[in-house]
Design a protein around this ligand. Structure first.
Ligand SMILES: Nc1nc2c(ncn2[C@@H]2O[C@H](COP(=O)(O)OP(=O)(O)OP(=O)(O)O)[C@@H](O)[C@H]2O)c(=O)[nH]1
Ligand SMILES: [Mg+2]
Length: 236
């Protein structure tokens, strides 16, 4: 867990201050326990695969400052717990003010794919309609030999629910690292950047940080929730 914790410190560091009124895109990552949500979000924010992860309790935040067309944008990933017992107290909190949803399944675990309708239903129950951009991510493509979910079935499901499908591996090094095995999977970085581009092009009403506030959007909302006794965040 040491790696993940140090990433959190790094990604939420007050040291690298964004310019005034940085837009924040809140993206929630959901799916069954063990599909790799923590690894995917860590990979995007810290640029590497975590050596060790533990089941997420409640929700973890990871942030990355990116630049699109000259505008600096903060991508805020909410890495949610897949295990029911670790998410109960949190659910109503992380579905607030969501800009995009990433549904994740594990291509080597058919059960995680069959669970997707219930995750979609949960979003619906929390008033996240079709207008909220959503994508489907099949993770662990480095284990294709053990695949239980084919690309065709996944694509059909994605089409049915009008969302793009990406197959990827949080573990594989990128092309830049000289690995040829990753050629048949999308890159984690490209996936989240695609979501960010989509959000930017839609110009939705975003949370923004006024000059000098730095991370107060995140910290304040957490403090408010803590006061209400609602937070149960494993790494924050
Ligand atoms: N081979 C391989 N293993 C992966 C990949 N992504 C995650 N894993 C492994 O899958 C296990 C679960 O990963 P996590 O990221 O903790 O899963 P999670 O979805 O966050 O699980 P919860 O927090 O319980 O909801 C860990 O042992 C990871 O090392 C991947 O792309 N390839
Ligand atoms: Mg996790």
């Amino acid at each position: 867990m040491a790696d993940v914790e140090s990433s959190l410190e790094f990604t939420t560091s007050l040291g690298s201050l964004p310019p005034p009124r940085t837009r924040i895109f809140k993206i929630i990552v959901i799916g069954d326990s063990g599909v790799g949500k923590t690894c995917l979000t860590y990979r995007f924010c810290a640029g590497k695969f975590p050596e060790k992860t533990e089941a997420t309790i409640g929700v973890d935040f990871r942030e990355k400052l990116i630049e699109i067309d000259g505008e600096k944008i903060k991508v805020q990933l909410w890495d949610t717990a897949g295990q029911e017992r670790f998410r109960k107290s949190m659910v109503q909190h992380y579905y607030r003010n969501v800009h995009a949803i990433v549904f994740v399944y594990d291509i080597t675990n058919a059960v995680s794919f069959r669970s997707l309708p219930s995750w979609i239903e949960e979003c619906k129950q929390h008033s996240l309609g079709q207008e909220v951009p959503r994508i489907l991510v099949g993770n662990k493509c480095d284990l294709r030999h053990a695949a239980q979910v084919g690309t065709e079935a996944a694509q059909q499901f994605a089409d049915l629910h009008s969302m793009p499908l990406f197959e990827t591996s949080a573990k594989n090094p990128s092309h830049a690292d000289g690995d040829s095995h990753s050629s048949n999977s999308d890159h984690v970085e490209a996936i989240f950047m695609t979501v960010a581009h989509k959000l930017k092009s839609q110009k939705p009403l975003m949370l923004s940080q006024p000059a000098g506030a730095q991370n107060t959007v995140t910290l304040q909302s957490r403090r408010e929730e803590e006061e209400k006794g609602g937070w149960n965040c494993s790494s924050c």
